[in-house]
Write a protein that binds this ligand. Structure first.
Ligand code: F6P
Length: 745
């Protein structure tokens, strides 16, 4: 529409200006004509009275003079008449012009002197009249007096007003006709064919085979349509070939790699693109507070770490909340952009939330309600009705956004996490043919713990809208099945590990999430080495044993317990003072929630206290780096760390543990891992600790530092094998295999 307006507007302006000018000249002509007419009439009337007035003046017959003056009152458009003596005094005057006498009109003297008639426009009371004065002379040419005819001029104005009214209404009709005609022509010539082409292409994008041709007509648009049709055809053929080749390769390869996952997806999904939904986006555009410049960051998030390599491998669309304060600047008209920015592999579609929605859905219900509900860390969940309403509204918003992207038949949707418990059901209501999986990245609590949630029924019903639900570990699957069994009317099938409710079956499976297993690439070694030297120099780490913690600042991560354990370790084993430094990288998270805000202050204070207690002028035990770090920035820290501590009080999986192991290409280093993480089930060669037991924790640090190098290598190699075999490609491959097995046709 904007474009049409841009096109029509200049035409309308030109037409309006031309028409107004034309009207202006026409009005001027009309005005001149009417005024001439008026003058002519006034002169005729005055001349017709000349004889009678002459007689009145010669006989000095005042009675007749008054009769003559009054007689004019009844004439059309004639307002009045005055008879003057030779000295310019009024001797008779139409009654209603009684005030006329008072008018000062110096030109009367000229008429007396020159005996030449004269017409003038005069103001009388608050209207305009035309006065015509005719000198009356005797046979010798001597002035006897004058006769004045006063005419109404308002009809000239009325005529001109009427003319302007007609000109303007013609102009308005003309503008409307031009406008409507242009819109119709634009629609017929451009909009409809382009709409047809767009619809056809949309069908094609969704994998629908449309028999019809996009546009039939010839000309430029027809040529464009034919080019698009050819490109679409080649793309379809190419996709088909790729899919066949992929199936063949898949049967040969054994280890899960990016290309094996690609092959699996091409073979299983064919032309259908995968749609992933999560709250956290993989790329966030933010304004750097220090420089004021916009930058693109990778948020600290387990979801991002796991899903990004999968989408890089298989393409598709990732729908997420556009939470960066500069995000809107980097999307196209459909709120989409290609990522990674320098090597585009998939589409990121951003969904916008206002502050109220973000507060209720993200900070409130998701992170003050569900997060503590699912983590066994003794933080009380808070459920507010307003947060729940916002949560439902945002789930619907995401559902609508997903529905816009779905291909025509049997689409695959992969939902992430506790932010979207209602999404599966909402999508299924509109698209029952969609095949939907939900992966729950955090623990699932026991039925007793879950049942305190006031919205437990709606949440379970929402989740059961999905066809497949994945958890990190079997224990969470068992808890989920128990919860549904106790709280919802349904049939739980322990053999198939599925739940049947209202004739709909949902499968529950454990898929331990992982990292890509090849985080450390040889080509980067020299640059990483330089980075390590830089860090060591900056923090004076040369010759010291380095411990590392990498976390979002969250009460579930056991950061406080970790600092207490380091404190206890140095108390118990003071010989490690000055020889051991612990680097804590910590990304601030969910800072608008009081619990997180308080936690940040608590950690700051505790680290300060611990450092004060143990430090001397040249050394302090804990270096606390509180900011966001990208994976590239973290890599040198992982590489140089002799020890990595993951001390979560409760964690679905914890990918930091796996990232540390995956990065240790020289098989050095020791991992201290909380027994309450999902990762502890796979990484059995880590030193496992109960982070609540500070004594045990402190001793495990000592154990790690004292461990013989051979033992360290043996353990690390075993853990690296586990991760390279069970990498994120296998995780995604298993989910997609399960998901596609559910395809109904
Ligand atoms: O891994 C669990 C999780 O909640 C993810 O869903 C999320 O991306 C991550 O932790 C980080 O949390 P947030 O996105 O709230 O910063």
């Amino acid at each position: 529409m904007r474009r049409v307006l841009l096109f029509i507007l200049p035409i309308l302006i030109i037409v309006s200006v031309a028409f107004t000018l034309f009207g202006f000249f026409q009005a001027r002509l009309e005005e001149e004509k009417l005024t001439d007419d008026l003058k002519r009439k006034a002169r005729t009337v005055a001349e017709s009275m000349e004889l009678s007035v002459k007689h009145v003046l010669l006989t000095n017959d005042l009675k007749n003079a008054n009769y003559l003056a009054e007689k004019f009152e009844t004439r059309e458009r004639l307002q009045g008449c005055a008879i003057y003596d030779k000295d310019g005094n009024i001797i008779a005057l139409t009654k209603r012009f009684a005030d006329w006498k008072e008018k000062d009109r110096p030109y009367i003297k000229d008429i007396i002197a020159n005996k030449i008639p004269r017409g003038e426009l005069e103001k009388f009371k608050d209207y305009q009249v035309y006065s015509y004065i005719l000198p009356v002379v005797d046979d010798e040419g001597q002035l006897l007096g004058m006769v004045e005819v006063i005419h109404d001029t308002s009809y000239v104005f009325a005529r001109l007003t009427e003319l302007w009214r007609r000109i303007s209404s013609t102009l308005i009709i003309l503008v409307i006709v031009i406008f409507v005609l242009s819109i119709l022509l634009h629609r017929q010539i451009f909009a409809l064919p382009i709409q047809r082409l767009t619809d056809w292409f949309k069908f094609f994008q969704r994998g629908e085979t449309d028999e019809a041709h996009p546009i039939r007509e010839k000309g430029d648009l027809g040529k464009l349509a034919s080019e698009v049709e050819q490109a679409a055809l080649s793309l379809r053929v190419a996709r088909r070939t790729i899919s066949d080749e992929a199936s063949a390769r898949l049967e040969k390869e054994e280890i899960w790699t990016e290309s094996k996952l690609k092959d699996l997806i091409r073979a299983k999904l064919g032309e259908k693109a995968l749609i992933v939904v999560s709250n956290r986006e993989p790329y966030m555009h933010v304004v750097d507070e220090a420089t004021g410049l916009e930058k693109c960051i990778r948020p600290a998030s387990g979801v991002v770490t796991a899903i990004h390599p999968v989408l890089c491998a298989c393409g598709g669309t990732w729908i997420a909340h556009g939470a960066g304060n500069a995000d809107k600047k980097f999307v196209n008209s459909k709120d989409k952009l290609g990522v990674p920015p320098k090597d585009i592999r998939y589409i990121l579609k951003r969904v916008w939330l206002n502050k109220e929605e973000e507060d209720g859905y993200y900070y409130g219900f998701s992170n003050e309600g569900l997060w503590p509900l699912c983590h066994n860390t003794h933080t009380r969940p808070i459920f507010r009705e307003l947060d729940w309403q916002a949560y439902k509204k945002v789930n619907q918003k995401f559902a609508d956004s997903v529905l816009e992207e779905l291909p025509a038949k049997h689409p695959f949707v992969f939902i992430q996490d506790y932010h979207f418990t209602l999404l599966g059901k909402m999508i299924k209501e509109k698209r029952p043919d969609a095949i939907i999986a939900l992966f729950w990245h955090i623990p699932w609590p026991t039925p007793e713990a879950f049942s305190i949630c006031p919205y437990r029924k709606e949440i379970l019903e929402g989740i059961l809208g999905c066809d497949l639900i994945g958890f990190h570990v079997q224990n969470h699957c068992n808890n989920f099945l128990d919860t549904v069994n106790r709280l919802l009317e349904s049939r739980v099938d322990i053999e198939k590990f599925s739940i049947v409710r209202s004739e709909k079956e949902t499968f529950v499976r454990a898929f331990p999430i992982s990292v890509n297993g090849h985080l450390s690439k040889d080509v980067k070694e020299s640059s990483v080495k330089q980075e390590i030297d830089k860090i060591k120099k900056e923090f004076d780490l040369e010759g010291k044993t380095i411990g590392l913690g990498v976390d979002r600042i969250d009460y579930t991560k056991g950061i406080v317990e970790r600092v207490l354990a380091i404190d206890r370790f140095l108390e118990k084993y003071p010989q490690y003072k000055k020889k051991f430094v612990f680097l804590q990288l910590a990304a601030p998270s969910r800072v608008h929630i009081k619990r997180y805000h308080d936690l940040m202050a608590e950690i700051d204070e505790l680290i300060e206290k611990t450092n004060w207690k143990h430090s001397d002028s040249s050394w302090k035990p804990i270096i606390y780096l509180k900011r966001h770090f990208s994976l590239d920035e973290i890599e040198p820290f992982y590489k140089m760390a002799d020890l990595c501590i993951v001390s979560s009080l409760h964690d679905g999986m914890n990918l930091v543990a796996k990232e540390y192991v995956a990065t240790k290409s020289d098989s050095s280093g020791v991992l201290i891992l909380s027994q309450f993480t999902g990762a502890a089930r796979e990484l059995t060669e880590a030193i496992q600790v109960n982070p609540y037991s500070i004594e045990e924790f402190a001793d495990s640090i000592k154990l790690a530092l004292q461990m013989p190098p051979d033992e360290k290598t043996r353990r690390m190699e075993k853990m690296r094998k586990v991760i390279s075999e069970n990498n994120v490609y296998r995780w995604a491959g298993n989910i997609i295999t399960e998901l596609t097995a559910l395809r109904k046709v």
